[in-house]
Design a protein around this ligand. Sequence first.
Ligand SMILES: CC(C)(COP(=O)(O)OP(=O)(O)OC[C@H]1O[C@@H](n2cnc3c(N)ncnc32)[C@H](O)[C@@H]1OP(=O)(O)O)[C@@H](O)C(=O)NCCC(=O)NCCS
Length: 209
Amino acid sequence: MAQQVIILGAGGHGRVCAEVAVRCGFAIVGFCDPARSLDQVVNDIPVIATDDEALLRAWPDGTQLFVAVGENARRVACGEFARRQGIALAILVDPSAIVSETAAIGAGSVVMANVVINANANIGAHCILNTACTIDHDGDLADGVQIGPGVRAAGDVTVGKQAMVGVGASLIPGVHVGHNSTIGAGAVVTTDVPDGVTVVGIPARPITR
Ligand SMILES: CC(C)(COP(=O)(O)OP(=O)(O)OC[C@H]1O[C@@H](n2cnc3c(N)ncnc32)[C@H](O)[C@@H]1OP(=O)(O)O)[C@@H](O)C(=O)NCCC(=O)NCCS
């Protein structure tokens, strides 16, 4: 019998994750989304709950959870809360992705269509690897990292907790992105980025206002 999963979040990201889950062979029980109502059906998937905390406290046995919340801090907090309740977090890897057998992927992470993860890369828990990004050999992403569509992370790149790398950015070999930092769309990161900083442009520099 197919593994069952409930998806928390029925926004754009949640709907994409649901499609990945189906391609992975999961049976989707439903969405939980506080912004929706119980009579709603989203892309043929029913909204079965609107109160995530209540759902997590009365979790149906044998069902996995996938937290499809785009905001990094909220995704990690929710996933960790669920883990403490003993709920199993799904790992979603689209069948079109190429993932090295020597790479590791943490609980609650999603690897979208056409992603490539090369040898000995380590992907933390609650990460989003969005469409067609590449993480080259020995890359290390901490928990809650979000990598945008089409990002190119060369070998030995490290990314700190809950950092966000915007769509189409490139990171040269060995650079480090600090935790909670943001890399702007299309940036080229050529030097380490400290914690909690937003950088943009080519080469990437901190935003000055
Ligand atoms: C970098 C980013 C987070 C900045 O957002 P913000 O803090 O709201 O900044 P603003 O839009 O106010 O822009 C501030 C300045 O930076 C510039 N800027 C913003 N993003 C930029 C980018 N990606 N590249 C170059 N310059 C950029 C703006 O033009 C503006 O310049 P100005 O002050 O000279 O007018 C955002 O623009 C971005 O690139 N986000 C990526 C989102 C993404 O890819 N998500 C993936 C989801 S799937």
